[in-house]
Design a protein. Sequence first.
Length: 237
Amino acid sequence: MNGILCVKDATSAWEVWYDRLTDMAKDGFKQPSRVGNVVGEVLNAVTVIYNPKKGMVHSPLRNLSIDYAVGELLWYLSGSDKLKDIVQYGKFWEQISDDGETLNSAYGYRIFKKFDFDQFNYVKALLKRDPLSRQAIIHIKDAVDTIDYPTKDVPCTVALQYHIRDNKLHATTFMRSNDIWLGFPYDVFAFTSFQTLLAMQLGVEIGEYTHIAGSLHLYERNWVKKDENVGKGADKE
């Protein structure tokens, strides 16, 4: 199953995908994964959000932790990979740190520091020089030459790409894997925020946001009846 979804905001996107995935669960879909059974999956799920200024999911079915979302975004913007900086917002990070001090997937560190240059400033400079460039790409997941998992914390995001067309900054996020319950809503908020920041610094308008997930899925542990979801949130705390 695959699909393209075009919606006005992040809330609409989340609710539509969640409904589709829970329908699969109700139909008996189940497949194993290294971190738990999956009860719904859409391959190559493309989500186009027309108004990324509304990048936070506000749904009675999914009461996100605003504190966590903002804390995670600030952690990314700081460029830190330190566990101590993010664990105050989400204790679950302790479970996936390889050394108890740093985090391999820390997106901010990978964007601003890991590859020995600031990729955010690189794409900004590139788009200032050539607004029609197709090369404004930030790489997040690095290549590894082993089929074994070298870390418990493999980045889910592969790359970010930006285009300016008609004086609007359009952003595309490429994900290898995205969990609808935890990953998708927080990732969309973070990356639409990066898009907004870059647009402001470039002096252009905010265009569309596109989120492409190679696998968009729902874990069995997160599949609960909709009325049981109401009021749940802060699950990363």
